[in-house]
Design a protein around this ligand. Structure first.
Ligand SMILES: *Cc1c(COP(=O)(O)O)cnc(C)c1O
Length: 249
């Protein structure tokens, strides 16, 4: 580090600390409003487009969980963060191609975006191939509006690859995977309240068949209150913590 970089780094730390304080108080307020215990909700800092140094800063401020949505960026960043001596829990939250499974398994503790039987099988095979000592935590991504084109397994669909029932069964049956719960993004143009109410109903149905699927990852910078109101156990927050990203991705 040169002298000229030091003030910028201190500023960045203050900026992140302020963002974190705001998000933490929003989560606490939303829990209070919903009559929920604050300890039921984990914040995942989504650090895509931001550097490894921001992840290290977040961990220094008490953040335990980090999310990324692109393998190439995440693999590099996770290695840099590990080299800095900190070890957050890494969640992969983006669309995952089967040819990236091996790479993702090197750093991910949780994959939140499993939305097909084929992807579940590839992850299970990958876990076996690398000799992972315990099953990989998986959330099945749900398409709240049933539009499979934007990702997510489709509720009420008998599709053998992308139907929600088929995907949850495949994950639950895979020895290398643990079905931890569901993940979703509110569809564009939907009121968050309506989207997360529907998600909560879907989650209740999944839990009737798979009681272990207790986690619900829903809510981002713009709609975390509505998600917490409808039972989210994990909120995935990027821009409210770290600032607006230069490009939408
Ligand atoms: C980018 C991203 C987030 C965070 O979005 P913000 O609006 O910046 O909080 C959450 N979930 C997923 C899947 C993402 O890709």
């Amino acid at each position: 580090m040169t002298d000229s970089q030091a003030p910028a780094r201190a500023d960045r730390r203050a900026e992140i600390a302020a963002g974190l304080a705001r998000v933490r108080s929003r989560i606490a307020d939303a829990c209070a409003a919903a009559g929920r215990d604050r300890a039921e909700v984990t914040m995942i800092a989504v650090t895509k487009t931001y550097p490894a140094s921001d992840v290290v800063t977040l961990v220094g401020l008490g953040v335990t969980d980090v999310g990324e949505n692109r393998d190439q960026e995440a693999a590099t960043k996770a290695a840099q963060v590990a080299a800095a001596g900190v070890a957050p829990r890494w969640h992969f939250v983006g669309r995952l191609q089967r040819n990236k499974v091996k790479s993702v398994l090197r750093y991910a503790d949780v994959v939140q975006s499993v939305d097909s039987v084929r992807l579940a099988s590839a992850l299970d095979a990958g876990v076996t191939a690398i000799g992972r000592d315990r099953p990989l935590d998986v959330l099945v991504q749900v398409s709240i509006d049933g539009d499979a084109a934007r990702g997510g397994a489709v509720p009420d669909s008998a599709d053998p690859d992308a139907g929600l029932g088929a995907v949850t069964e495949a994950v639950a049956a895979a020895g290398g995977l643990r079905l931890a719960g569901l993940m979703a993004v509110a569809p564009l143009g939907w009121e968050p309240e309506r989207a997360f109410a529907r998600l909560a109903a879907i989650a209740a149905l999944v839990r009737a068949d798979h009681p272990q699927a207790t986690e619900l990852s829903a809510g981002m910078s713009g709609d975390l209150e509505a998600a917490i109101g409808h039972g989210a156990t994990h909120v995935r927050v990027g821009s409210a913590l770290l600032g607006m990203r230069p490009t939408l991705r």
